[in-house]
Design a protein around this ligand. Structure first.
Ligand SMILES: Nc1ncnc2c1ncn2[C@@H]1O[C@H](COP(=O)(O)OP(=O)(O)OP(=O)(O)O)[C@@H](O)[C@H]1O
Ligand SMILES: [Mg+2]
Length: 269
């Protein structure tokens, strides 16, 4: 049965999508991986499929995560989960459920989102080893549904002051969710520092603040930290994971692989 991991932080731009995508690719070397894009910005979808393949999907009217949550309403037919899943070109073990801009509306109108997502995933859970849910930086019924189906939450965090003050908000939301859903609790896998550049004193102050805050709460801090590298945005433009991005430094690739090893060990995948 697949391990299901939500990647979440209410702070925007901390690397949720970058880490989801690179993690998905790395795990797909020897695991079957399904990724769900739960963000109306559809960055993950475009990252994995590229502009032209994504445009074809939209112009054919293929179903996306919006239709999944709206099945049975607005004349949207009920489909098997397989109909929502798209293969990532050149990577046979990596699949994605696409998002689109209209997800903004779905986030306001979806009803019974928890059970819909649970039922849909349980139909395919046996076919995957890992399912990764890339969330937007906001709480909504869709993010709550992500908690509802997940074993773990992974929290990317950048070593900056404003990120450190966002962490307690997310922690409070997860705690409140767990109180409301005692039978479907979600566990925090850990917070991972992303974008460490090793130069700025501010970065080290922020890392100290993050360490202080996580200590004493049930937020394990990953020992590995993901380094700042311009190869990450470059990989997004080229639709390549860091391991295949031209001219990515060996130590950047090595550094991400160290994080992947720790992730695997913590999540048991
Ligand atoms: N380790 C890193 N080094 C350098 N740039 C990075 C790193 N991680 C992410 N980035 C860049 O930071 C930007 C934001 O990353 P990303 O889109 O993954 O964040 P996000 O948390 O998913 O954002 P949002 O909240 O909008 O969904 C992107 O341009 C990405 O390429
Ligand atoms: Mg994102």
């Amino acid at each position: 049965m697949a391990k299901i991991i939500t990647v979440m932080n209410f702070k925007g731009g901390v690397g949720k999508t970058t880490i989801s995508m690179n993690l998905g690719y790395a795990l797909s070397g020897d695991r079957k991986v399904l990724m769900l894009d739960l963000d109306p910005q559809f960055n993950l979808t475009q990252y994995l499929l590229g502009y032209s393949k994504y445009q074809k999907i939209l112009s054919r009217g293929d179903p996306t995560i919006c239709e999944l949550f709206e099945e049975g309403n607005f004349n949207i037919p009920i489909r098997p989960m397989e109909d929502y899943i798209v293969g990532v070109p050149g990577c046979k073990n990596l699949h994605v459920v696409c998002a689109k801009l209209e997800l903004y509306r779905t986030m306001q109108t979806a009803t019974n989102a928890n059970n819909i997502l649970k039922n849909k995933l349980s139909a395919v859970e046996g076919s995957y080893d890992v399912i990764i849910l890339d969330c937007p930086p906001t709480m909504s019924v869709i993010s709550e549904a992500a908690f509802f189906v997940s074993d773990y939450v992974l929290i990317p965090i950048m070593p900056e002051y404003l990120c450190t003050i966002g962490l307690p908000l997310l922690y409070q939301s997860i705690s409140e969710y767990n109180m409301r859903n005692p039978r479907q609790q979600v566990q925090i896998l850990g917070a991972v520092i992303n974008g460490e550049d090793g130069y700025r004193p501010e970065g080290y102050d922020a890392i100290d603040d993050i360490k202080d805050w996580c200590t004493g709460r049930d937020i394990p801090l990953f020992q590995s930290r993901i380094l700042y590298s311009r190869s990450y945005p470059k990989g997004a433009r080229m639709q390549t994971p860091i391991s295949q991005t031209p001219y990515a430094r060996w130590y950047t690739v090595d550094n991400f692989n160290t994080f992947v090893r720790e992730f695997r060990q913590k999540a048991g995948v």
